[in-house]
Design a protein around this ligand. Structure first.
Ligand code: PIT
Length: 410
């Protein structure tokens, strides 16, 4: 296969009679816990992680040796047709089946990012086609832009615009001040991207702060939504697969109900909560407890800095963290919410930076302690992908107990 610009068929997820029973199970997926240590470190302490520097930035000799090994390894994975056009500069991110590298176009000297996807088996190819199918059709300033695609039998190379401004929360920490107005700026951009995606019929399904990148380091940078690895066509009630990052999963998805683009809006509510407080609305140690809290909708605005946050901002979050997806704000409605429309003009303009960054750092250090304990699933922010799953799983609250049920392939 050569350089490909071919359109990829859509892969709607509307359940057919049989496929209903073969929807993939997602949770407690041990395979996913085998994800390499680099990724675990990266995702467990995401708030203090520099995407642009990666784990090789802190200078220790053994780390440098490891980094060199990793560098040799990923370089060998690039097809000569890709390296003929692009000079591979550095590894900037790594997933279970993928690498993201910074490259330079040899002719124009322009920087880009290339996401290399390892395509294994039929399922791998299908999920890759879904990701590619979405990326090839989206054009919006708040969505990462795909410029070129190369395909080989076992790999796909997505050439993407290079976002160098860092992750959303890294920037919050790096700033000296952070106000509600700053939060609304970021949330308007994410909501605009979501409004566009949802109007096209695309649900992202893995919206979280790590997937929101600033295009450049300047104050006026746009924010772009990245990582369409779980994105799919089918926005309303057509989807059943349980996948995403535990802390951001919507209750209807956990409950195994058919769901739609409202799951992205729930995730936006979680992100808004984090952005204004540096803490998670649902922050239980074990997954059963976490899921129980989400299914109950038990979160609060207690602790710092919530007493300094406006009621309008809290109302915005409440309307996103609504248990009933039909009552949850859509992206269109979020953009019309008075808090976003006025860009928090009615709030006190207090600098919330200190409590937010304190909470973010505390959480990051708790996560790194728990990640060093073997066998712990605490704080795992790893995306759960439907790729290796063979059944449909859901969770129900039965009194105080969380019941898990799995429907495996018929
Ligand atoms: C950048 C910089 C960076 C990461 C990315 C792009 C990743 C982008 C991406 C990842 C996906 C996807 C689409 C885009 O489906 O640090 O410019 O999984």
């Amino acid at each position: 296969m050569g350089t490909s610009s071919s359109k990829v068929g859509l892969l709607p997820e509307a359940p057919s009679k049989n496929s209903y029973f073969s929807f993939m199970k997602s949770f407690m997926d041990l395979k996913k816990r085998d994800i390499d240590e680099d990724l675990k470190k990266q995702k467990r302490a995401p708030y203090l992680w520099s995407t642009s520097q990666g784990p090789v930035s802190d200078g220790g000799a053994s780390r440098k040796r490891q980094a060199n090994k990793a560098e040799v390894k990923f370089r060998t994975k690039f097809d000569p047709r890709v390296t003929a056009r692009y000079d591979i500069k550095a590894l900037i991110g790594r997933g279970s089946f993928s690498y993201v590298v910074r490259v330079e176009h040899r002719l124009s000297c322009q920087p880009f990012a290339i996401k290399l996807l390892e395509v294994r088996g039929q399922e791998g190819r299908e999920s890759c086609c879904a990701e590619l199918g979405v990326l090839q059709r989206v054009h919006h300033p708040n969505i990462i832009r795909l410029t070129e695609v190369f395909e080989t039998q076992h790999r796909v190379y997505l050439v993407l615009e290079l976002a160098t401004g860092g992750e959303l929360l890294e920037r919050v920490i790096a700033r000296g001040s952070f106000t509600e107005r700053d939060a609304t700026r970021a949330l308007i951009m994410v909501s605009s991207g979501l409004r566009y995606l949802h109007a096209l019929g695309v649900t992202h399904r893995d919206l979280k702060p790590e997937n929101l990148l600033y295009y450049h380091p300047g104050q006026d940078s746009r924010l772009v939504i990245t990582d369409f690895g779980l994105a799919c066509w089918g926005s309303n009630w057509a989807l059943r697969t349980l996948c995403g990052t535990p802390e951001y999963l919507a209750p209807e998805m956990l409950a195994g109900k058919p769901y739609g683009s409202a799951v992205d809006m729930w995730a936006l509510g979680v992100i808004s909560y984090i952005l204004l407080s540096g803490s998670m609305p649902f922050d239980q140690h074990s997954r059963p407890r976490l899921f129980k809290a989400i299914l109950r909708g038990s979160y609060s605005f207690h602790g710092q800095p919530w007493s300094s946050v406006s009621n309008q901002a809290k109302d915005f979050i409440e309307r996103l963290l609504s248990q009933n997806p039909e009552q949850r704000m859509t992206a269109e409605q979020a953009l019309k919410h008075p808090w976003l429309v006025t860009m928090a003009a009615g709030s006190s303009n207090k600098n919330l930076h200190r409590p937010i960054s304190q909470n973010l750092r505390q959480r990051a250090s708790r996560a790194s302690v728990s990640s060093s304990r073997s066998g712990s699933t605490t704080g795992s922010r790893t995306t759960m992908s439907p790729r290796s799953h063979s059944g449909h799983e859901s969770f129900q609250l039965d009194g105080n107990r969380l019941q898990r049920s799995v429907v495996v392939s018929a």
